[in-house]
Design a protein around this ligand. Structure first.
Ligand code: DC
Length: 221
């Protein structure tokens, strides 16, 4: 029986690496919910929408369509029919995405779509509210964390690989800012879901982390 695997945790602690690895090994779909909040943020920035204006946000949300496509084995995020996979990873989006993610109207719209995507189960989703709000009935919930300097270095490498130039100090500050905003917001703050298994991957390789999670998944399936 296919299950739902919910992965939550701090910014840049390897959630998407783990989620993609699990999805591949189990032949499940991968749902990158952070990409959806990033796509909404990109839309607001591109259209110069003041996201502190609730009426403007409500109106804009009616014009936003987000979907995912597999291109050469990679997950690509589409915003209103345009591939924005690279643009949504830019620092300018990272700087605004946490405040945008505090907005209840935005969360309501995203969560409704995410729940629909998980209807058939057989899905690995990562984000900040997956085990608590989006899929509280997930058979396996993982809360991932790692040391902030290790996270900063990983993020730095990941951005460099995408050709995105960013300063180490700026990345570190951004991660800490996002952790603070994501964990303290009123609507669906980041927190460990009931029944979640905590994995601190500071000293784990990708392979070790995946093996640990696969073991947990196989015990549930
Ligand atoms: O996973 P990520 O770093 O790409 O996510 C970007 C931001 O989106 C994150 O700082 C907070 C927000 N987010 C959220 O509020 N809820 C989610 N389920 C996923 C992401």
């Amino acid at each position: 029986m296919p299950i739902i695997i919910a992965i939550d945790g701090h910014s840049s602690c390897g959630k998407s690496t783990l989620a993609k690895g699990l999805a591949k090994a189990l032949h499940y779909a991968y749902l990158d919910t952070g990409a959806m909040y990033r796509a909404v943020t990109l839309y607001f920035l591109n259209q110069q929408i003041d996201y502190n204006d609730p009426a403007a946000v409500e109106k804009a949300l009616q014009h936003i369509e987000i979907h995912f496509e597999r291109i050469e084995g990679q997950n690509h995020t589409f915003l209103n029919g345009v591939d924005v996979e690279r643009d949504i990873r830019e620092m300018i989006v990272s700087e605004h995405v946490s405040p945008v993610s505090t907005l209840s109207a935005v969360r309501r719209a995203m969560v409704a779509q995410q729940k629909a995507m998980g209807r058939r189960r057989g899905i690995v989703a990562d984000g900040r509210d997956i085990g608590t709000v989006v899929f509280p009935d997930a058979e396996l919930k993982i809360f991932l964390t790692a040391d902030v300097d290790v996270r900063t270095s990983r993020r730095h490498l990941e951005l460099a690989a995408k050709g995105i130039d960013a300063e180490w100090d700026d990345i570190r500050r951004n991660l800490l800012d996002r952790d603070r905003i994501d964990s303290s917001r009123a609507d669906s703050p980041l927190r460990q879901a009931d029944g979640a298994v905590v994995i601190d991957n500071t000293l784990l390789s990708e392979e070790q982390q995946l093996a640990k999670a696969l073991e947990l998944a196989k015990a549930q399936a």
